[in-house]
Design a binder for this molecule. Structure first.
Ligand code: KIV
Length: 275
């Protein structure tokens, strides 16, 4: 049985800190699941850290579904959350419902995530009413990067701080089971966390949230084009990969690889019979 939204909500009530990570492929998802992480997000960060786009905006729903299916196949316990890409939940409620349903029905996720607060609350309510759990996402929402004018901290002015609180409340009222807060000053994130009853999951939002999420490539050091300030590198996979690949390349060129250990023998008589 996979983690449920009730268990996640109970974690807030019990004061248990919620851990969440992204994953985009079968192998990585399996490792994250086996580590006991209860929430796995197939984020649209896929576009940057896996597909090499400059932002998350070009990511399509087909690309998301393709990777989400692999993550679902690699996991048994975690709740898998599919990230709805840019413009798949804004145009109309019908569109939002149809696209949210694709994550559940085609890819096999247990929930979807979408960006925005008050402005998407009505769509969140309709999706939830159809039986699809929704995680909200407020603060520095990367799909609105052009509107923000870059990766800017959100909530340092009284207007934006109070808008973020309103957004969080609107999502709770609409039935979201949790809300991601991205790049929000720690004291504001802590205050919002106290004022709403659903769990807040922070990324660059300090220690006062109910949980934390990170892009897995950032914490593993496997995507180095841009390392956000909020990410801690627990490894430098890029270095391990570079040195292994360089060693392979050099051993192939020098004839050191493959050895007998990586080769297959056969009965010499078969060869003798060949012209
Ligand atoms: O796309 C993503 O990975 C996300 C997380 C950063 C929360 O939305």
């Amino acid at each position: 049985m996979r983690v449920t939204i009730n268990q996640i909500k109970e974690m807030k009530q019990k004061g248990e800190i919620i851990s969440m990570l992204t994953a985009y492929d079968y192998v990585t998802a399996k490792i994250v699941d086996e580590a006991g992480i209860p929430l796995i997000l197939v984020g649209d960060s896929l576009g940057m850290v896996v597909l090499g786009y400059e932002s998350t905006i070009p990511v399509t729903i087909e690309e998301m579904l393709h990777h989400t299916k692999a993550v679902v196949r690699g996991t048994k316990k975690a709740m898998i959350i599919g990230d709805m890409p840019f413009m798949t939940y804004h145009v109309s409620i019908e569109d939002a419902l149809r696209n949210a349903a694709r994550f559940i029905q085609e890819a096999g996720t247990q929930a979807v995530k979408l960006e925005g607060g008050v402005t998407v609350a009505e769509n969140v309510r309709r999706i939830v009413d159809c039986g699809i759990p929704v995680m909200g996402h407020i603060g520095l929402t990367p799909q609105s990067i052009h509107q923000f004018g870059g990766h800017k901290i959100q909530g340092r002015t009284p207007e934006v701080a109070s808008r973020l609180l309103e957004d969080a409340r609107a999502l709770e009222e609409a039935g979201a089971f949790a809300v991601v807060m991205e790049t929000v000053p720690a004291p504001l994130a802590a205050l919002i966390t106290k004022k709403i009853n659903i769990p807040t999951i922070g990324i660059g939002a300090g220690i006062g949230c109910d949980g934390q999420v990170q892009v897995i490539n950032d914490i593993l050091g496997s995507y180095t084009d841009f390392v956000p300030k909020h990410a801690k590198q627990y490894a430098r996979l890029v270095d391990i990969m570079s040195s292994a690949i360089a060693e392979y390349h050099s051993e192939v060129q020098s004839g050191k690889f493959p050895t007998e250990a990586q080769s297959f023998s056969m009965d010499e008589s078969v060869l003798a019979g060949l012209d």
